[in-house]
Design a protein. Structure first.
Length: 57
């Protein structure tokens, strides 16, 4: 994911279903790590986007 950010992608989720773990990558910000989140949000990048993680897990 860091390679994508380095090449101009502004935001991304890296989801590990087996460990129920998510890393959120944003330009010019530290990686945010979440364990077993119930929901992910598109925040400022994609307002109104919500992913129900119960479907993913």
């Amino acid at each position: 994911m860091q390679e994508y950010i380095n090449n101009g992608v502004g935001w991304g989720w890296l989801i590990d279903r087996d460990r129920r773990y998510v890393e959120i990558y944003r330009s010019n910000q530290p990686v945010e790590a979440l364990t077993s989140p119930e929901q992910l949000s598109g925040a400022d990048v994609l307002p109104g986007l919500f992913l129900d993680m119960n479907i993913v897990w």
